[in-house]
Design a protein around this ligand. Structure first.
Ligand SMILES: NC(=O)c1ccc[n+]([C@@H]2O[C@H](COP(=O)([O-])OP(=O)(O)OC[C@H]3O[C@@H](n4cnc5c(N)ncnc54)[C@H](O)[C@@H]3O)[C@@H](O)[C@H]2O)c1
Ligand SMILES: O=C(O)C[C@H](O)C(=O)O
Length: 321
């Protein structure tokens, strides 16, 4: 049985993720963490969720706190704390503001829960994964981000709809940045186990249009309803289930890579990884030349932004002389 802690639990994503995670059979304890001043809201969330447990008949011990040290003993800590983008903003515009929040939280979690798995949702998620890895002092296998898992699910759904097949028949991946430079892997896309390019209808597939839809999906949802909630919430729950169930599924998450993809590495970015109770393990793969080129570009973009954020963080944390 396992303890799961959610940071940013009063937010749109944190709250729905808590509901989705509470359905996972391995979860026996859940801690909702919010900022000081949000005690009443957190208490209300706990009462509301408890009612849903009663209706559903599950038994999760639920509590809340405004202190990160209470996360001690967690099997997984999910960080969804931080500012979301507003219409017209890029996720990368949030980098420095959220990096300060994540660095602070990661340092405390690393000290109080050295055996935990730290799962980043806060955007820009690839940079936040690198910040959390550095400031927590945890091992690379213990720190990962939602990465391009949600993007991969969005593409999977579009492909299933186009070919009129059940989503479970489609396997596809998007790697790289959870952002504009994301790279679809058509070479790793199958329908009913058949390589997609071997289907006679493949040439008519509106690939560019589909990828553009995925790229702009978060932005469009935020413009229409203020926040993306159900997609990320369910994606987060899938990853929690995969870890706690020791499932060894291969999902596309933001993870520290050494050189697993065509020798490219030393960065946190979305890649296929085997995921189990021990954490996240990037899978070495070979992909098509144009995919490698796209991935290289995406890595350079994220590496530059990560370096810039790390420098600013260090300057910010330097004591005044
Ligand atoms: N990776 C993904 O696929 C994905 C998907 C959805 C949202 N997100 C990101 O998750 C984050 C949360 O999104 P949301 O829609 O729930 O936002 P929200 O504004 O509804 O919630 C933000 C949460 O962060 C907390 N928070 C804000 N500033 C804080 C600070 N200084 N210290 C501690 N906690 C703080 C708030 O109290 C709240 O609980 C955003 O960064 C968003 O971009 C990522
Ligand atoms: O788009 C956003 O800012 C939220 C999230 O990253 C998403 O893709 O739903």
């Amino acid at each position: 049985m396992a303890k799961v802690t959610i940071l940013g639990a009063t937010g749109n994503v944190g709250m729905f993720a808590a509901h989705a995670i509470s359905e996972i059979p391995h979860v026996s304890e859940m801690l909702l963490v919010g900022r000081p001043g949000r005690e009443n809201f957190l208490a209300g969330c706990c009462r509301d969720l408890s009612d849903s447990f009663a209706a559903r008949g599950n038994d999760v011990h639920l509590s809340y706190s405004t202190g990160l040290f209470d996360a001690k003993g967690s099997d997984i800590v999910i960080c969804a704390a931080g500012v979301p983008r507003r219409p017209g903003q890029d996720r990368n515009d949030l980098a420095f503001e959220n990096a300060k929040i994540v660095a602070d939280a990661a340092a405390t979690i690393g000290r109080s829960s050295p055996d935990t798995i730290l799962f980043l949702v806060t955007n820009p998620v690839d940079v936040m994964t690198a910040v959390a890895l550095k400031y927590s002092g945890l091992q690379p296998r213990q720190v990962f981000g939602l990465g391009t898992h949600l993007d991969s699910m969005r593409l999977k759904s579009l492909i299933a709809h186009y070919f009129r097949v059940h989503v479970s028949e489609v396997h596809t991946r998007i790697i790289g940045e959870h952002g504009n430079s994301m790279v679809p892997l058509w070479s790793a896309t199958t329908i009913g186990g058949i390589q997609i390019s071997n289907l006679p209808t493949f040439s008519g597939l509106p690939k560019q249009e589909m990828i553009e839809t995925v790229r702009t999906s978060g932005e469009a949802i935020i413009r229409d309803k203020g926040a993306t909630v159900y997609g990320p919430g369910e994606a987060i729950a899938t990853l929690v289930r995969t870890i706690l169930g020791n499932e060894n599924r291969i999902l596309t998450v933001s993870s520290y890579i050494r050189s697993e993809i065509h020798g490219i590495g030393d960065v946190c970015i979305g890649v296929p990884a085997r995921i189990n109770r021990e954490g996240v393990f990037p899978v070495p793969i070979r992909i098509e030349e144009d995919e490698v080129a796209g991935f290289r570009e995406s890595v350079e973009k994220i590496r530059n932004l990560t370096d810039e954020v790390m420098e600013r963080l260090e300057a910010d944390l330097k004591p005044l002389k």
